[in-house]
Ligand binder design. Structure first.
Ligand SMILES: C[S@@+](CC[C@H](N)C(=O)[O-])C[C@H]1O[C@@H](n2cnc3c(N)ncnc32)[C@H](O)[C@@H]1O
Length: 270
């Protein structure tokens, strides 16, 4: 299937019929990476303990795996929201004890200040207006409660790939095309501050990826096909990329580094 004939997955392009399974597989694969696990654990920790019987909220909960992990740590009632019907079906299967609701990040169907904490991981990457999403998170968290954002910087990750992939600018163009906010990770601190949240803290976890992982995260093969089909593409680039990838995939040498930012901040108490 040529790259240009599939649907946008947020991880590149895939055939429509395979989309849910491919997406869920990508999310599960990404969640296994050590720095991603470390970033998730930090996000649960900095969200803090729930106050009384107040629930906590995961915006863009995806498969619901994080609902299960977070519930174990914070002991609160968890609510997840996601836009995707298929993700919600998966989340209901995995996180049966949590409430899972279909909603858009820009219009959270909750009253002001009802959650002890709100976290959101890798949604802003796909959000055309991340400020609107963060404003909603800041609205529904209680005064004093934390909003926690976990986002990678995909453009920075692409820039750390070997020169064969970066020198033409094609990979950067692909990442900019694939993600609404390819630099969401580097924006999270500012987004929280600009929404009037206080005590903003941030840290970065760096995942060193081998070529196979880099292909999953950045969709290098799909990028090569896309570049091959672009007008004026130099002949031979596709062949060079694919043979280089194939060779590197047989080893486990570092190929690129994905920075994953964790930022958190509190809603002011007055
Ligand atoms: C990359 S996945 C991350 C899922 C999960 N947070 C994780 O870390 O595994 C992004 C999720 O955000 C959801 N999503 C994207 N845009 C959204 C929006 N505007 N409102 C609600 N959910 C959205 C997608 O359906 C998808 O499940």
């Amino acid at each position: 299937m040529p790259a240009s004939s599939g649907a946008h997955s947020g991880f590149g392009r895939v055939d429509e019929a395979d989309r849910p399974a491919v997406l869920i597989g990508c999310l599960d694969g990404f969640a296994c990476l050590p720095a991603v696990q470390a970033a998730k654990q930090r996000s649960f920790a900095v969200a803090g303990k729930a106050v009384g019987r107040e629930p906590v909220l995961d915006v863009g909960c995806g498969t619901g795996t994080d609902l299960v992990l977070w519930a174990r740590q914070c002991g609160a009632r968890l609510v997840g929201v996601d836009l995707s019907h298929q993700m919600l079906t998966e989340a209901r299967a995995r996180a049966g004890n949590c409430s899972v609701i279909q909603a858009h990040s820009h219009h959270l169907p909750f009253r002001d200040g009802v959650f002890s904490a709100v976290r959101c991981e890798r949604l802003l990457l796909h959000d055309t207006d991340p400020a609107a999403a963060v404003a909603e998170m800041a609205r529904v968290v209680r005064p004093g409660g934390r909003v926690v954002l976990v986002e990678p910087d995909m453009e920075e990750a692409a820039a750390t790939c070997p020169a064969l992939y970066t020198e033409s600018g094609v990979l950067t163009a692909w990442v900019r095309r694939s993600f609404a906010q390819p630099r969401s990770g580097s924006a999270v601190h500012r987004l929280l501050r600009e929404r009037g949240l206080v005590s903003v803290r941030s840290e970065v976890h760096r995942e060193r990826c081998d070529a196979g992982t880099a292909d999953t995260v950045l969709q290098l093969r799909a990028c090569a096909l896309w570049a091959h089909e672009s007008p004026g593409a130099p002949p031979g680039r596709l062949r060079r990329w694919l043979s280089d990838l194939h060779e590197r995939e047989t080893g486990s040498a570092p190929f690129c580094t994905v920075p994953i930012h964790v930022a958190s901040a509190s809603r002011p108490t007055s």
